[in-house]
Design a binder for this molecule. Structure first.
Ligand code: WQD
Length: 339
């Protein structure tokens, strides 16, 4: 049993990771600023696990607040850091807020890890660090290319900050580079609940089917893919969450091969936008209203993971399929809309 801090623990991936930490017998402590989440998520976590984790509302951009929290919790066995802004398009419009939040909060947390000699840090990174990879599938050795957005740049910079801090102060860390997390917990007690108009594909699909949105716009069908629409690696959020538990336990058990490791988290299979729509229609029985529109600036044509390293080193691989993710996402959408 370990005491693990989960920043952004009321968010989409964070809340699912808290559930899996509790399921694995650990104590999860959540900090979240509620800028893109709600405290009602605690009810969902409790109904799934029977445990209501401690939650502290902390503005991680506020150094004094971060310092106070860590001084009251200087016995943490590990830290999983999700808290960040994550909308690619929004980051282009608001780069300074993204750097302030995503980099500032990371630096403040790493300073506390240094000062309190804490250890076992898991960083929420992203496949966006690869940009449009020259070769597919994408391995951890694929070159990190110039970021396509300030969001992606905050993840690239974040990894560099962590490496420099490790070299200077000697703690252990793992960066997990997610591909496209989708779906919801099968219980429909927690899921993805973006505030406002969804920027990501799957919540827009389920909200269109629920009648919240009029029509899904498919951003381009003239890409060099099998059906002309973008290809991504859609990974079920529960599989992503389980990988975090394995990663923090790897560090807790000193199984890491170096003091900084990187793993891709994906299924290893690409799906196009039209294939995602077909999957949703197949599992839901709904006919989705969509139209093809112009490309979205910043989109890469295709990205999917080579999962060899995570499979071999973490002993982890995805258990859920795209259909599972669409099924769970739709069940969640119907639950929160009382359909
Ligand atoms: C997926 C595909 C769009 C919306 C995400 C996260 C990012 C990072 C990587 C974690 C693209 C198309 C979308 C719509 C569409 N994850 N699309 N109509 O851009 O791959 O990035 O994964 O760090 O944080 O945002 O995901 O869901 O926005 O787009 O046609 O209304 O769906 O063009 O091909 P993306 P997305």
């Amino acid at each position: 049993m370990a005491k693990i801090l989960v920043t952004g623990g009321l968010g989409f991936i964070g809340s699912h990771t808290v559930v899996e930490l509790i399921n694995a017998g650990h104590e999860a402590v959540i900090v979240d600023d509620l800028s893109n989440s709600s405290a009602v998520v605690l009810d969902g976590i409790e109904s799934i696990t029977g445990t209501r984790p401690k939650f502290y509302r902390v503005d991680l951009k506020n150094k004094a607040e971060v310092h106070q929290f860590f001084n009251n919790h200087n016995d943490l066995d590990g830290i999983i850091h999700f808290a960040a802004f994550k909308a690619v398009g929004e980051s282009v419009a608001k780069p300074l807020e993204y750097y302030e939040n995503n980099i500032g909060s990371l630096v403040y947390i790493l300073q506390e890890i240094r000062d309190l000699s804490l250890n076992n840090f898991i960083f929420s990174s992203s496949c966006t660090v690869y940009g449009q990879a020259d070769e597919l599938p994408i391995t951890e050795h694929s070159p990190v290319k110039p970021a396509m957005s300030p969001y992606g740049n905050t993840k690239q910079i974040g990894e560099e900050v962590i490496k420099d801090a490790i070299n200077a102060h000697g703690f252990n860390a793992i960066s997990l580079r997610y591909f496209n997390p989708v779906g919801a917990h099968p219980s429909a007690e927690i899921g993805e609940s973006p505030l406002g108009v969804p920027l990501n594909l799957v919540p827009f699909v389920t909200q269109t089917a629920a009648g919240i949105r009029q029509q899904l716009s498919v951003f381009g069908n003239d890409y060099e893919t099998r059906d002309g629409t973008n290809e991504r690696d859609y990974i079920h959020v529960v599989d992503v969450a389980k990988a975090h538990v394995i990663a923090v336990e790897r560090l807790l058990g000193s199984k890491n091969l170096s003091n900084y490791e990187v793993f891709n988290l994906g299924t290893g299979t690409g799906s196009t936008v039209l294939e995602v729509i077909q999957s949703f229609e197949r599992v839901s029985g709904e006919s989705l209203n969509y139209k093809i529109v112009d490309r979205r600036p910043g989109d890469v044509t295709a990205a999917y993971a080579d999962t060899t390293k995570a499979n071999a080193e973490l002993g982890w691989k995805t258990e859920k399929t795209l259909d599972d993710a669409m099924t769970d996402a739709w069940r969640w959408e119907k639950k929160i809309r009382n359909i």
